[in-house]
Design a protein around this ligand. Structure first.
Ligand SMILES: [Zn+2]
Length: 384
């Protein structure tokens, strides 16, 4: 996601990266993956504009997604259902009640000057996804813990024209297409992934592949990474073996292929090892992965959550999924896609009708005021 540009003081020609094996001999990597998935809904997150990819620029816009004065957003029910479906498949708890929040920042492709997102009340929390990595000793399974899945809207798309790199530096002018502004997104955030050692790049790739396949088989997105409907932000830090604290992390933004996810992790471990070996400190920043070099370049210094001045969006009623505290069979139906379930049907299998209509939480309750009962902490939805 694009944010306010703050010039970074970090040089792009830093210390020489350390060879991967040498880096792993001295340092332990810690990963964190934030994945944006564009949902395949017919209309946008908060208005009825179509979402078709490839339309003529600025033809799929309206007063709501252009944030014209007086326009009011309305939540897309299908998008909420998609979030719940993914959350259940990741074995998350589904929040019984939650609000959208405004994430405040300025960027030309974000016409509101804020993004509608979720902050402290995400719709899904505390799940996991098991991924398998092939090693010389045989397949090895890693459990990747999911911190949260939250709903938000995509930004528009800015193109920088006239420069050699397509980036703003050196461009003659920039043009903005708002067709993408307001398309529903899910952001899936992992907890820190530790203990992967030299397999870190493969674990990151396997996670992205598993999540992509899961979203596709649930039918919630086409997850075409080459078209940007799934993008991965790769957080990496390294610390010396046995250290009490993790190192400073960098965040490589919008990596858009499985191969690049793997390469981005690997190159960042090598780069950070080189920085530390040279006696410098790793700078907390965003970085941009370069396909042609296999390396990343410095972006901007990384904002903290408080920089965005989140507050509840007063234009939107809270979402209160009905049945989130009830027993839901959805994740365990034999034909439902679900991580680490051999009984699951093949990729592309849809949930059974029984599953979809029984006690799966649905966003059918739109509440203006939470009842005391609804404000209880989320409970795990399972067949347990
Ligand atoms: Zn619109």
């Amino acid at each position: 996601m694009a944010h306010a540009v703050t010039p970074s003081t970090a040089p792009n020609s830093g210390p020489t990266p350390v060879a991967y094996e040498q880096a792993l001999a001295r340092y332990e990597p810690v990963l964190g993956l934030e994945t944006h998935i564009e949902l395949g809904t017919a209309s946008k997150m908060f208005c009825s504009c179509p979402t078709a990819f490839g339309a003529r620029p600025n033809t799929q816009v309206c007063p709501v997604c252009l944030a014209l004065p007086g326009s009011l957003p309305v939540v897309n029910r299908k998008a909420v259902e998609s979030a719940i479906r993914l959350g259940l498949a990741l074995d998350c708890s589904i929040a019984p009640w939650g609000r959208f929040a405004r994430k405040n920042y300025f960027y030309p492709d974000m016409p509101k000057n804020y993004q509608i997102s979720q902050y402290d009340e995400p719709i899904c929390v505390d799940g996991h996804l098991d991924v398998t990595v092939d090693t010389p000793e045989g397949p090895r399974v890693f459990r990747v813990d999911i911190e949260r899945v939250h709903m938000e809207e995509d930004t528009g798309k800015t193109s920088h024209v006239g420069g050699a790199t397509g980036r703003i530096h050196g461009a003659d002018y920039s043009i903005v297409d708002y067709n993408r502004a307001g398309i529903p997104l899910l952001e899936i955030v992992t907890k820190p992934i530790t203990g992967t050692g030299e397999l870190a790049p493969l674990v990151a790739r396997a996670y992205a592949a598993e999540l992509r396949d899961l979203a596709r088989s649930l039918g919630i997105s086409d997850v075409r990474m080459e078209e940007g409907s799934m993008r991965v932000d790769v957080n990496v830090s390294v610390n010396e073996h046995g250290a009490d604290e993790w190192g400073t992390r960098s965040e490589t933004k919008n990596v858009n292929s499985l191969r690049s996810v793997e390469r981005a992790v690997r190159s960042e471990i090598e780069r950070q090892a080189g920085v530390l070996d040279a006696g410098h400190r790793v700078v907390q920043e965003t970085r941009h992965f370069q396909e042609n070099t296999g390396r990343s370049i410095s972006g901007r210094s990384k904002e903290e959550a408080q920089d965005y001045r989140y507050f509840p969006d007063p234009d939107l009623v809270p979402v209160a999924p009905r049945g989130s505290g009830s027993r839901s069979c959805a994740p365990r139906c034999p034909n439902c896609p679900r991580p680490s379930a051999p009984a699951c049907g093949p990729s592309g299998t849809s949930p059974t009708p029984n599953c979809a209509t029984s006690s799966t939480p649905t966003p059918s309750t739109w509440s203006r005021r939470p009842s005391p009962r609804a404000r209880r902490p989320p409970r795990r939805a399972s067949c347990g």
